[in-house]
Write a protein that binds this ligand. Structure first.
Ligand SMILES: [Zn+2]
Length: 235
């Protein structure tokens, strides 16, 4: 079976018009209660995989009072994975923000364990902490490090946990080094559209980036990253 090109992380709820051409498969990802509801509906309409969760930025903005009802909503929709979840020390302004992020992250991990689902991690300036937490917890349902922007050392630690590392089309020296050091079996590609690039079709540029860095054929990278993502999301 030939797999489509898979964008492992896009936010389709942010678009007015959605057109998914044959041969392309975006995974749509929630980050707040309202985005989760919208993405679940879009996923059902277009028959695409979907990931639901409460992101750390949402924890800061909306607090934790409604967490129980947010969790119930996620359970109802039976997503392919729980995400994007994690810690974000870039946006946290004080210890209260960090506390809210940690409460929500821990609850999302419990939920993933309960539902036996993998997780999609959002972490900014917090990779080390997130990896330590997952290790402590012995989380074993599958981990994807979305839009990885940690160091080589942190990528190594994530790999030790069996994580997949996801890359956007954005180039950086550190990312180039990490892509080079990783086996293709540990890599997936994504757009994080519309936040990082315009649409999920731009995932082709992430594929080009990995192919160029690793001196591999684009078709090989497209097929292998699709296989990795399909396995992870149980597509
Ligand atoms: Zn995202």
């Amino acid at each position: 079976m030939t797999l489509p090109i898979i964008d492992a992380h896009a936010h389709l709820d942010c678009y007015k018009h959605i057109e998914i051409k044959p041969g392309w498969l975006p995974v749509t990802v929630g980050y707040s209660h309202y985005a989760n509801i919208k993405n679940a509906a879009i996923a059902k309409q277009y028959n695409i995989p979907y990931v639901l969760g409460i992101a750390p930025q949402t924890a800061i903005k909306e607090g934790v009072e409604k967490l129980d009802s947010w969790v119930e909503e996620i359970k109802k929709h039976k997503p392919n994975a729980i995400g994007e979840i994690g810690l974000d020390f870039h946006w946290a302004k004080n210890s209260e923000d960090v506390r809210k992020e940690e409460i929500v992250f821990n609850r999302m991990l419990e939920l993933a364990e309960e539902m036996k689902l993998p997780i999609v991690i959002h972490s900014r300036d917090a990779e080390g902490k997130v990896i330590d937490l997952l290790k402590e917890r012995k989380f074993s349902n599958g981990i994807m490090m979305h839009f990885f922007s940690g160091t080589m050392e942190e990528a190594g630690k994530a790999l030790d946990l069996g994580a997949l590392i996801s890359f956007t089309p954005l180039h950086s020296k550190e990312r180039k080094k990490i892509i080079n050091s990783l086996a293709l079996e540990s890599i997936v590609v994504e757009t994080d559209s519309p936040y990082v690039v315009r649409t999920f079709y731009d995932v082709e540029r992430a594929i080009d980036y990995v192919a160029e860095v690793k001196s591999l054929d684009k078709g090989v990278v497209a097929a292998r990253t699709a296989r990795n993502a399909a396995g992870f999301f149980n597509i």
